[in-house]
Design a protein around this ligand. Structure first.
Ligand SMILES: NC(=O)c1ccc[n+]([C@@H]2O[C@H](COP(=O)([O-])OP(=O)(O)OC[C@H]3O[C@@H](n4cnc5c(N)ncnc54)[C@H](OP(=O)(O)O)[C@@H]3O)[C@@H](O)[C@H]2O)c1
Length: 276
């Protein structure tokens, strides 16, 4: 078995992604070595390689991006999906293998499509936590985008007794777009209602994070929660969460995937990762 693996990453912030040959990681005690079959390409991955991202420690290069992977536990062959928690681990999913703390790796049902599963963790956790941030007493909800986070938030909402409505005033809005669309979403919220954004850099009404009409903005920055990821996978298995997949590209075309991301996507871009 080769001790090297293919990956995609950068040697410095701002470089285009390129193919890398790196030592295959070894799982330490308490870790799982994941054989990656698919890695999702998230908007944050572009910010990560550009250097617009905060890590817990100084970045070690080469930097391999990627939060979301699906594949198998290399030791057992069991299908898994994982969140890389890059902020803490600096271990990215754009690679044939990634070793991760076992807590970050959750089982997938046998036969699950790894391409679809790879689209779950970051967007699923973000949508879940955006709905949690609404608090109690919300009946009607507006979600202002159709991307991965928006679609998951809409799909999870009915299970929490929330009605997603397209017109008129609402008890609460979740912003997944920013900019003018954030203003429009905010304008839909009734006085004293709730407003949650996952795109805080675009917050504007009333000034930076100031309350207006009794609506205090709540900002969600996705954090890892194993129970929530298990809940996301459970709903995926039940058919409640159906990731919309756009293009599927081989790992070797990671740079092209980021170019497409910068032009805007319809559905999640996913890198398919072949065997060593
Ligand atoms: N705070 C956090 O922790 C956190 C975590 C994850 C993501 N985010 C941020 O949240 C935002 C949304 O992320 P995302 O993963 O949802 O992005 P995404 O899937 O790439 O979607 C971005 C936009 O692309 C369009 N789009 C994508 N798929 C579509 C589809 N199937 N049909 C129609 N339009 C589609 C939508 O535009 P329209 O809405 O114009 O239709 C959507 O708003 C990004 O700014 C991201 O950086 C924040």
């Amino acid at each position: 078995m080769s001790t090297l693996m293919h990956a995609a990453g950068v040697e410095a912030f701002g470089d285009p992604l390129r193919e890398l040959e790196l030592p295959r990681p070894v799982a330490k005690d308490g870790e799982v070595l994941v054989r990656v079959r698919a890695a999702a390409v998230n908007p944050a991955d572009a910010g990560m390689v550009a250097g617009r991202y905060r890590w817990a420690e100084p970045v070690r290069f080469p930097l391999v991006p990627g939060y979301d992977v699906a594949g198998e536990d290399a030791a057992t062959g069991a299908p898994v999906v994982a969140f890389t928690l890059h902020k803490a681990t600096q271990r990215g999913g754009y690679a044939q293998f990634v070793a991760l703390p076992a807590d970050l790796v959750v089982p997938l049902p046998d036969g699950a499509d790894p391409v679809a599963a790879a689209a779950l963790p970051l967007a699923g956790l973000t949508a879940w936590q955006a709905l949690d941030a609404l608090g109690d007493g919300v009946r009607t909800l507006h979600v202002n985008g159709r991307g991965a986070v928006g679609a998951f938030a809409k799909a999870l909402a009915p299970g929490r007794g929330l009605e997603v409505v397209d017109d008129g005033p609402v008890d609460a809005a979740v912003d997944v777009v920013g900019g003018e669309r954030a203003r429009q979403a905010f304008a839909r919220v009734r006085d004293g209602g709730r407003y949650v954004t996952v795109v805080p850099e675009f917050w504007v009404p009333g000034g930076p994070f100031a309350a207006e009409r009794g609506i205090g903005p709540r900002v969600v920055s996705a954090r890892y929660d194993r129970t929530q990821l298990l809940g996301v996978v459970e709903r995926f298995a039940a058919g409640t969460l159906r990731p919309a997949i756009g293009d599927v590209l081989p790992l070797a075309e990671a740079a092209e995937a980021h170019r497409r991301l910068s032009r805007g996507v319809r559905g999640k871009l996913v890198l398919e990762v072949g065997s060593a």
